[in-house]
Write a protein that binds this ligand. Structure first.
Ligand code: 5GP
Length: 346
């Protein structure tokens, strides 16, 4: 046993210090970024926010709405080959810029993505997602996918430490998904005691990835637009959102009505609900590590997107960053013991 005494921080432990700035308005701030990925050698431009690959978030409908804002959607892995064909038959080619195809590491997953990519080689992003990215088997799978799909930009995760970020990048991944336990419907920390405070995970993993020319996604734990800014400020190249995009027209998830109020179901991908829906129940050897919750129905995702982008733009003006790219260089975090004033609730 060992104890690591270095301080590790989450979003709630910091604020961003304002800095003198020449920017007059948030309309002067550009949130678009352009990246060239280390292994695929492909270049991408857009707003580096990603809807999570959950079936109550990363739907085709979500992808269409978010693409209008140049935001990516990691489309969940439960659509069939035929559903992909039907979706892409109707779409303008620009949609390929804003979607990722998600997969697990099972044989059936592997077969399905090979078919979907052979049907639609224009798919740019492949998101290989497992709850625990520390297994050798996962690294071997990433290597194999790099060989099979040299043209695709590979996202792989989830991990929270620098050495594993490096290993996955060297195995062929371009973008590493960072986050174990911070998610809004995640119970990993409760069921297992495992995790890593998200802001420190971002800072450490970004450093490791950038050292090798790779990139990272901060995945999970953003509850408000200010957290998205903190994730970018900490060095995340992309920020993935689940809960913040749940509950909308585009989100999927059963609609329930109670006392005249509308809700949408939102659940973790390893919750009992998801396992019953997609894998016929919980396997005996594993506990469910996700919650099922009801989220107040929020209408079209458009207004949430504006709220998030407006918040991040405003952060940039507070620190004098005219482009999102400059935000982390201009960020000084101050450790705090308070956040917002909650006297009147939300
Ligand atoms: P949020 O933005 O809601 O805080 O976090 C979204 C992230 O939570 C997802 O992208 C994914 O990494 C993680 N997640 C989704 N479902 C589950 C689950 O059932 N269990 C765990 N441990 N994490 C989940």
């Amino acid at each position: 046993m060992r104890i690591e005494n270095d301080l590790k921080l989450g979003f709630k432990d910091v604020m961003i210090r304002p800095k003198r700035s020449t920017l007059q308005s948030r309309s002067q701030v550009s949130l678009e970024r352009s990246f060239t990925f280390r292994n695929s050698q492909k270049t991408w431009s857009g707003v580096p926010i990603i809807a999570a690959n959950m079936d109550t978030v990363g739907t085709f409908e979500m992808a269409v709405s978010l693409a209008r804002h140049k935001i990516l959607t990691a489309v969940h892995k439960h659509y069939s080959r035929e559903e992909w064909q039907a979706f892409l038959a109707d779409q303008p080619v620009s949609i390929f810029n804003y979607i990722a195809l998600s997969t697990g590491i099972g044989e059936a997953d592997e077969e399905k993505i090979a078919q979907i990519i052979s049907d639609h080689p224009q798919i740019q992003f492949l998101c290989i997602d497992v709850a625990n990215g520390y297994s050798e088997h996962f690294v071997a799978f990433v290597k194999k996918m790099r060989q099979n799909f040299p043209e695709q930009t590979i996202i792989a995760g989830n991990v929270v430490t620098g050495e594993m970020v490096e290993e996955l990048i060297l195995a062929g991944a371009d973008i590493i998904k960072v986050g174990i336990g911070p998610g809004s419907v995640c119970t990993t920390r409760i069921k297992t005691g495992v995790g890593y405070p998200q802001l420190s995970a971002i800072i450490e993993c970004a450093d490791a990835a950038h050292g090798l020319g790779g990139h990272i996604i901060s995945d999970g734990g953003c509850k408000i637009p200010g957290d998205v800014s903190k994730a970018f400020g900490g060095g995340a190249d992309f920020v993935m959102l689940g809960g913040m995009f749940a509950g909308h027209d585009e989100s999927g998830g059963e609609i329930v009505e109670e006392n005249g109020k509308k809700y949408r179901l939102f659940y973790g991908m390893s919750s009992q609900t998801a396992m019953e829906k997609h894998s016929g129940g919980i396997a005996e050897y594993r506990a469910s590590e996700g919650k099922t919750v009801r989220v107040s129905y929020k209408g079209a995702v458009e207004s949430t997107v504006k709220d998030i982008l407006g918040g991040v733009r405003s952060t940039c003006t507070y620190v004098g960053a005219s482009q999102l790219r400059e935000l982390s260089k201009r960020t000084t975090f101050i450790r705090v013991q308070e956040q917002e004033n909650q006297i009147f609730g939300e």
